[in-house]
Design a protein around this ligand. Structure first.
Ligand code: NAD
Length: 309
C-alpha cells in the first residue's frame, strides 16, 4: 500500500510515525510546502523504520510523487494557538485545502483513492475536500471524533473501574466545542451504562458526567496549553483508521463524512462501518431527546461555518 501525507508539521510527522509502525505501508511519500521540513522528516523516519519495517519513505516537492497512492492523509494548515478554537482556523485552512485538493486529484486514481482529512475545523474541511475532489462522500473521511471517543472511553473506564476495551461509548457530531456525548447509547460489555452502574453499585452522578464531558471537550485545549500542540493521539487515530481501511476490518469508528445533498449536506461524526472502500454504512444510535437536540445543534453549527466560507 502507498500512502501520501500532505503537511508534515507536528501532526503529519506523528501520523507518519504511527502509520509506518503499522507495517502496512510499502511506500510513504511526505509533502510539505516547506521542503526542508519534509526532507528532514523523511530522513529521520527512514532511519527509525530501519529498526522495524521495510518501508520506502521519501519527501517530495512535486505532487507527481503521490501517483499510485491508495490513501492520502491531509494534515496541512494552521493549528490552534493556546486559547484559539478550531473554528478560529476556518478561513486560513480553507485556503490551504483549496490549494491542496486539486493538486492531489490531478495525480491520484479517483476510482480507488481514499482521502483522510485531519486539518481543522475538521468537519467543514471534510465537506470542502469532498466538494473539490468530487469523490464519493464515503471516500473522503475525517478522523472526526475518533480521538474524542477514545478520550471518553478512557476517562469513563477509569471512573467505573473497567478496561477501556470493554467500554462502548461514542462522541458524536462536530469535532469541536459542540460535540455530543451519547450517554444513552453507552454500553459496558453489552450492558447499558445505567444498568451496568446499578448492577456494579457504581454511581455516575450527573455532576460526574458533566465533569467527564468537560474533560473530553477540553482535552485538546489542556494539551495545547502544556505542549503547544497535540500530535500523538491524532497520529494513533489516523494509523487506526488506515489499518481499518487497509485490512478491510469493518470496525465501527466515529469518523466524519458528508451526509445528505445540497443545502442539507453536512459532515459530522457518527458511528460508521469502515472498510476498504471507506465508509460502508452509517449508524444512528438511540439518543435521548436532549442528546438528539444537541446533535441537531451541532450539525447546524457545522453547516453555518461551511456556509460562511
Ligand atoms: P503545524 O503548524 O505543526 O504543521 C502544519 C504544516 O502544514 C506545516 O509544516 C506547513 O508548512 C504545512 N502546510 C501549510 N500549508 C500547506 C500547503 N498549502 N501545502 C503543503 N503543506 C502546507 O500544525 P500541526 O500541529 O501539525 O496541525 C496541522 C493541522 O492538524 C491543524 O489544522 C490542526 O488543527 C489539525 N489537528 C487536527 C486534529 C484532529 O483530531 N483532527 C488533531 C490535532 C491537530
Amino acid at each position: 500500500m502507498k500512502i501520501a501525507i500532505i503537511g508534515i508539521g507536528s501532526v503529519g510527522a506523528a501520523v507518519a510515525t504511527a502509520v509506518a509502525g503499522t507495517g502496512l505501508a510499502r511506500e510513504m511519500v511526505l509533502m510539505d510546502r516547506d521542503g526542508m521540513r519534509s526532507r528532514a522528516a523523511a530522513e529521520d523516519l527512514g532511519h527509525a523504520a530501519a529498526f522495524s519495517y521495510d518501508i520506502k519513505i521519501t519527501a517530495a516537492n512535486n505532487y507527481r510523487a503521490i501517483r499510485g497512492s491508495d490513501i492520502v492523509v491531509i494534515a496541512a494548515g494552521a493549528n490552534q494557538r493556546p486559547g484559539e478554537t478550531r473554528t478560529d482556523l476556518l478561513h486560513k485552512n480553507v485556503a490551504v485545502i483549496s490549494d491542496i485538493i486539486p493538486r492531489v486529484m490531478a495525480n491520484v486514481d479517483s476510482k480507488k483513492v481514499k482521502i483522510i482529512m485531519v486539518t481543522n475545523p475538521l468537519d467543514v474541511m471534510v465537506m470542502l475536500a469532498q466538494k473539490l475532489s468530487k469523490l464519493p462522500a464515503a471516500r473522503v473521511i475525517g478522523t472526526g471524533t475518533m480521538l474524542d471517543s477514545a478520550r471518553l472511553r478512557t476517562i469513563l473506564a477509569r471512573q467505573i473501574s473497567v478496561s477501556t476495551r470493554s467500554v462502548n461509548a461514542y462522541v458524536l457530531g462536530e469535532h469541536g466545542d459542540s460535540s455530543v456525548i451519547a450517554w444513552n447509547a453507552a454500553c459496558i460489555g453489552g450492558v447499558a451504562l445505567d444498568e451496568f452502574c446499578r448492577q456494579t453499585k457504581n454511581t455516575l452522578a450527573a455532576t460526574t458526567r458533566q465533569t467527564i464531558e468537560y474533560r473530553v471537550r477540553n482535552a485538546a485545549y489542556e494539551i495545547i496549553r502544556g505542549r503547544g500542540a497535540t500530535w500523538d493521539g491524532i497520529g494513533a487515530a489516523v494509523a487506526d483508521l488506515v489499518r481499518c481501511i487497509a485490512n478491510d476490518e469493518r470496525r465501527i469508528l466515529t469518523v466524519s463524512m458528508t451526509d445528505g445533498t445540497g443545502r442539507n449536506a453536512v459532515a459530522m461524526s457518527m458511528p460508521r462501518v469502515v472498510g476498504e472502500m471507506g465508509v460502508m454504512a452509517s449508524l444512528r444510535p438511540k439518543l435521548s431527546v436532549a442528546e438528539a437536540a444537541a446533535l441537531r445543534r451541532s450539525a447546524a453549527t457545522i453547516r453555518k461555518n461551511y456556509d460562511a466560507i
